[in-house]
Design a protein around this ligand. Structure first.
Ligand code: GLN
Length: 207
């Protein structure tokens, strides 16, 4: 049985838990999905979600609860990590100047640079279709089409390193990327009815 934890220190944790459970049900899998509030609760996971919220707060709590090296260990042992919005910022190798000013402690798991509140300066939040091209995985047949993108004070990828695949676009702009078993999304797939991206996340654990 797969075990997934949503790092539940601050942010939209509950929505990710429910969406992962719904995705598991639709995929006909039994998955243990739990709210992770301590280092110990990370121990036996195959998948981790770092949710949206406030990247400064979430990243500081990750360090306060000594979760950083456990998250790296899980990735090294073949676990899948997905960050959405604030989680996307925390996974990045580099951020704009506000990352330093606000004291966001990046995990630097993905070779991308993010502008932390790029869309937010223009408009707080919006919904727009994201064009996805998801390659097939072990238990997932691949998918191409539009997904309802919910953007809330969203970051923007301003550099995508070599070896990082772009799987989702808002117009010409990358909004979902993947390198190995690390997925990063500037939008909120847990805030829609559509379980597709959580099913894709679960399927990467079979690879
Ligand atoms: N821009 C926010 C931050 O810097 C993230 C917003 C979100 O997760 N909805 O943390």
């Amino acid at each position: 049985m797969k075990r997934v934890g949503v790092i539940g220190l601050q942010g939209d944790v509950e929505e990710h838990i429910l969406q992962t459970r719904r995705a598991a049900e639709e995929a006909g899998e039994s998955v243990d999905v739990r709210w992770v509030r301590s280092r110990e609760e990370l121990e036996d996971l195959n998948g981790i979600i770092i949710p949206g919220g406030e990247s400064t707060t979430i990243s500081r709590l990750i360090d306060k609860f000594r979760m950083r090296d456990e998250i790296f260990r899980i990735r090294e042992e073949g676990g899948v990590i997905m960050g959405t919005c604030a989680g996307c910022i925390i996974l990045a190798a580099e951020g704009d100047e506000t990352v330093e000013i606000k004291g966001v402690r990046l995990l630097k798991m993905l070779d991308v640079k993010v502008d932390r509140n790029a869309f937010g300066r223009q408009r707080e939040s919006f919904e727009a279709p994201v064009h996805l091209v998801l390659p097939p995985t072990g238990g997932f047949g691949g998918w191409e089409g539009d997904f309802p993108g919910v953007f809330i004070r969203a970051p923007r990828f301003i550099r995508v390193g070599e070896g990082v695949e772009v799987l989702g676009w808002l117009g010409e702009e990358p909004v979902m990327v993947k390198a190995g078993r690390v997925l990063s999304l500037t939008f909120h797939p847990e805030l829609t009815e559509e379980t597709l991206l959580h099913r894709y996340f679960l399927s990467l654990m079979d690879e």
